[in-house]
Write a protein that binds this ligand. Sequence first.
Ligand SMILES: [Zn+2]
Length: 254
Amino acid sequence: MRRLLINIGGYKGDVIDIAKVLRDVDTTAAAAGWKRIPMTDTLGGYERILPNARANVYIGTGIHGDEPAGPLAALELLKEDAWPAGVNLWLVPCLNPRGYELNTRENEDGIDLNRDYRATQTAVVKAHVKWLDARPKFEVTLLLHEDWEANGFYLYELNPNLRRSLSEAIVGAVKEVCPIDLSPEIEGRPAKDGIICANPDLEKRKDWPEAFYLIHNKSEQSYTLEAPSDFPLVTRVQALCRGVLAGLGTLMAE
Ligand SMILES: [Zn+2]
């Protein structure tokens, strides 16, 4: 499978009708027994609690409006309903609907919401943090993104307490459906087999992305999955779905 080579200077691929995707998410989630928990007047997340669950996992996506595979993967995962047994799940399918309408990474005010989790100056991130804080702690968080410059799928792992890593299981499953970016350096960081250990960044970065807030306040481990958006949209959605289910499967197999 080759790159489409259409993303010159930014994401130029397929876009989605985010309002429709979020309506479908809402209907599918309700039918599968998930409960909607509002975040703002228009945004919300979903919760699926099980009796005797052994782990809490948060899945978040839709923070960058030029990354359509994330919300589509959220919808697909809800439709498949093939979660491993014993896990409580929380899912936020979109935090930046206007960004999707504009096909921009940033929100309608030109702000990258995924750099606002320390200062929390935007109303959306404030509301999201409040929403997260009202949930229990998570063993693992999975954040679904895309990168229009990447040569294949890769991920960032934050695992400061060195719990058993899910990275190899995630990449191994994604490899079946999507190329992996095997570059020794990705986004200026050393990488191996599509895996970036982002622990060294934890002390350095001031402009926290969502993953940093989660690691500092809510979660033992966090994985940011990056689908390569110079490949077909269906491939990227599959990559994110396979990665999520493989990560969860490995977590729950412990
Ligand atoms: Zn992103």
